[in-house]
Design a protein around this ligand. Sequence first.
Ligand SMILES: *Cc1c(COP(=O)(O)O)cnc(C)c1O
Length: 349
Amino acid sequence: MSFEIKNIVRKNIFNLAPYSSARDDFSGNASIFIDANENSLGSPVVGDYSRYPDPHQRILKQKMATIKRVPAANIFLGNGSDECIDVLYRAFCNPGKDNVIICPPTYGMYEVSANINDVEVRKSLLTTDFQLNVEDVLSKVDANTKLIWICSPNNPSGNLLHEADIDFLLQNFSTGIVVVDEAYIDFADQVSFSQKLAKFPQLVVLQTFSKSWGLAGLRLGIAFASEAILSILNKIKPPYNINQETQRIALDALQNEALANARTKELLDLRLQLTTSLEQLTIVKKIFPSDANFLLVQFDDPQLIYNILMENGIIVRDRHSVILCEGCLRITVGSAEENQKMVEVLSKL
Ligand SMILES: *Cc1c(COP(=O)(O)O)cnc(C)c1O
């Protein structure tokens, strides 16, 4: 069956008349704006925040379009990827009726957001080398399956999923949306699935400013998708979900792309150095191959290691109780100094 947005979106959302803001009614040039009940005298703080921000983030999206090689019309921005994830549930999944498929071990928000929205979660385990079992994924699909969540590079394992497997899912599932979460794609040696939007109308690609751009505190996530899908997401997002400072600072970051790229390269060098240092430690059982800015590392006694690191003021992510991650801690690549301190603590064991 071919992809038809009308058959997939929730009926109430399809019929929704969205909020129309003052900035929607008029967006041209004028000298006096007394249409939005803003404070005409300004605020008590330094900086000009008295006006509502652009609800469509036009300038930011234009710059992003150039850098990401995706037309501005195919870009949606959320208050972190978290908001993009939630908005996808609210657009496509009828509570108490529809279901989604996730591929554990994977990012926790897909399931939490499903639970918040009262949506059934079906699980198709990754293989022991953290790849998709595509036949198993498709066997879980039924008429109420609305979203398939793919995370590549995957969190917490760190590896890219095979491009051919994701293509296969896209070729064989078009009665719902396939979401490819690429939060770590800038650390990987692979072209983004955002370049396949024209080929697959049911594809949504998520990216974020939280990782390679170093702006987790800002809360800015990106969803790339067809205009048909974005027209639905834009209907349900809060009108001013991306604040003025976030738009300004993100634009500033994009204009300094070279510096972000240099930092990304540096982190890849640091990842290699950290891998080499950890490999020399006898307490390390296995380091899984990473295409991201973190390593999944297996120990004999992960809880002991976790506690000793903590006693030394070093916090890593304990994943030992996560399926297929038995014995594992997830370690973000730190600065050269941070990595060295951690290895020092571990080498004393
Ligand atoms: C870190 C991360 C994100 C980013 O979430 P934000 O809400 O944009 O900070 C998204 N997906 C995955 C898999 C992540 O690990």
